[in-house]
Design a protein around this ligand. Sequence first.
Ligand SMILES: CC(=O)SCCNC(=O)CCNC(=O)[C@H](O)C(C)(C)COP(=O)(O)OP(=O)(O)OC[C@H]1O[C@@H](n2cnc3c(N)ncnc32)[C@H](O)[C@@H]1OP(=O)(O)O
Ligand SMILES: Nc1ncnc2c1ncn2[C@@H]1O[C@H](COP(=O)(O)OP(=O)(O)OP(=O)(O)O)[C@@H](O)[C@H]1O
Length: 758
Amino acid sequence: MELAGELRAEARRTGERRVLVLAGEPERTRDRAVDALAETDIPLTETRLLGPASFLDCERHEQSRASELLGRTLSAVVLDAHAELRPNALGTAVGAVDGGGLVVLLTPPLSAWPDRRDAFDGALAVPPFDRDDVTGHFRRRLVETLRAHRGVAIVAVDARGDTVEQRGLTDPAPRLPRPPPRPPADHAFDAATYEACRTDDQRDAVRAFEALTEPGRAVVVEADRGRGKSSAAGLAAANLALRGRDVLVTAPQYRSAAELFARASELFETRGVAVDAEPAAEPQRLTVAAEGGGRLRYLPPGRAVDLPDEPDVVVVDEAAALPVRRLEAMLDAPSVAFTTTVHGYEGAGRGFSVRFRDRLAESDHAVTELTMTTPIRYADADPVEVWAFRALLLDARPPVEPLVADTTPESVTYRRLSATDLLADEHLLREVFGLLVLAHYRTEPTDLARLLDAPNLEVRALTHDVEPSTARRWSPESRSDGGHVVAVALLAREGALDAETRRRMYDGERVRGNMLPDVLSTQLRDEAAGVPVGRRVLRIATHDAVRSRGLGSHLLSEVRAEFADAVDWLGVGFGATPRLARFWRRNGYRTLHLSTSRNDRSGEYSAVMLDPCSAAGRELATRHTGWFCDRIVATLTDALSDADPDVVRAVLRAVDAAPDPDLSPWERRLVAGVPTGAAILDTDPDPFRRLTLAHLVAPADPAALSDREERLLVRKVLQARPWGEVADELAFVSQRECKRAFASAVETLTRLYCERGT
Ligand SMILES: CC(=O)SCCNC(=O)CCNC(=O)[C@H](O)C(C)(C)COP(=O)(O)OP(=O)(O)OC[C@H]1O[C@@H](n2cnc3c(N)ncnc32)[C@H](O)[C@@H]1OP(=O)(O)O
Ligand SMILES: Nc1ncnc2c1ncn2[C@@H]1O[C@H](COP(=O)(O)OP(=O)(O)OP(=O)(O)O)[C@@H](O)[C@H]1O
């Protein structure tokens, strides 16, 4: 097959990538792939195979282990999709191939592929659904994009021979090589640094990093993958070290920061600067040998948060992958840089924006922000990037702000969007997916497949209808009524599980989907929790230009109106923050559980809340509320002793109960002795805990205690923290002062809860 050689030649000439699809029976396409690669000059050392069969003499991984390819620079990746296609593996495969390289995709005959159910589809079939309930929309759309996009060759392979359906050659006019960037007009780092930059974007990023020379600065660089942000940080970090700064670098794995260290080492070398490197294949510590020289060191995030040896500058690479709590800890350094990937082939992460932006803005650091767009590893106009971004919706965005700016709850329409509706209208699909991406930590290509094909998921949205003057032009086949998506909710059907599934779940076996029944039956030991049926709000997001206008609440009330007669409960599990807990409470959801370990990604404790809709739902909620009230005090002094007091307050306030402190006569005398200084908490904290719980869950007078008094009760009484620590945290001038405030709070609680009926 000469086509492969031609594709490779064109890819090399243009610095772009090409895709070769070989469609047919597994063995035939595998044989063809071997021939095709042999026809190119790509060595097997620069080739990887993703799939179950070892038919090429190169490194091979299962699709589930595609992440082994992340950050690699390869000339060819062969993805064998006969047994299954995992969308994440497709994204990762494309992302790992450099300009000049080929992605080879082995598939069943394309016309039949969408209707076949494969192993990945099996994973979308969560109980009580089975594989036949899964649809093939994602793959149908994928095939359409393969057929429609430039740079994609399709060859049908069958017993009669090969049929080239499309050649994938684009015959581009020769392009002038990109001129190297010139140093900026004024710059503090030397010219050699700027000469080492590959693009104007990278130069601008390095220039922005100059700010870190001073304390009190923060620099944020956002880019899609492969734009050279780690390298920019490396060039800057080397300069800071040359100026005597101690630069601490952290990243989820050293692998990501390795490029940063590589650029820094190269710069030291070109400048002829002697460095002491840690003697290892991958030096993680470089110290400038000259007098007054600084250093560059890597520490994993868990150690970096303590800022050992008080670094001058901290560089956090791939910040979106770290929990917000860790990012916050870095703000204690004099200057900090954060680089984050917005659209990666393996998924888009907006965690950084979602929760950290506000905290950064509130910090004392002056913030400089920058975006890098020009790719470095392949040419700017690479058609394979265009195809992959479209096929996997990696660049989906919500509508631009002016289109939605005047939205109100009165101007919107509630819409039930089926997968067919979404597929019929690419704009609508992009807006829905874009909103989900923008508002959440991590959205992967697999999430798109799930949205389009999983039988247990439903999409509900609010659209804002546009005035004719601002309405975008609709293509003739578009079936949308012209509204723009301003809020979206993704709902998962859960529960209604048969006895056998419930038993397996209760015994600790993992049952896909069904997160709330799973938590309630396995962890909270209630086998019957899987009987009622519900809808879990898997995600909800409002366009950030129109938040806090009641749209999220409006969407939830429409969802309730639609489902109240059909389900036993509506529910949610989310990384609890005070604002979010308040949002759910105001919308009628009530706490049943607060997890005892932090979520890996958000770093928050997860809350489970329910809004019962039927007698069975109410029964479920009532018994779990009771158990929650019985255990939460013990958990707060133990596993949850470090939970944020405002999270604890907000989560307790959302409990649907009125716990009775029920103090014995002796306990009342103990509590009554505290305001006068006669008695102390330590004698028996238990009655104080019951009083505090009663007040935080169902206050007799919600304004009786100040926020600070309530935090003090959480920290000291519920979480049993030492007086000194509590006094410091709550900014009391002394422990005495703190104890006095405690005595006064106890006096209020006594008045509210102990004088009744005595
Ligand atoms: C299962 C889950 O999806 S949980 C995660 C929820 N989603 C997110 O955190 C994504 C980002 N945030 C958002 O998209 C929105 O802020 C939503 C969906 C939380 C709320 O939507 P809105 O349309 O703003 O809600 P609405 O106007 O009805 O209610 C506002 C209340 O929501 C809460 N809220 C508003 N903004 C935020 C925010 N950025 N983060 C958390 N809570 C918020 C507050 O309690 C707010 O009340 P306030 O304005 O008096 O402080
Ligand atoms: N100035 C440079 N000099 C030499 N190589 C560079 C330079 N900038 C980028 N590169 C190369 O381009 C590729 C991408 O760069 P880098 O890893 O810095 O980008 P990134 O935006 O951090 O990407 P990722 O998100 O994939 O980690 C790397 O292979 C790197 O070696």
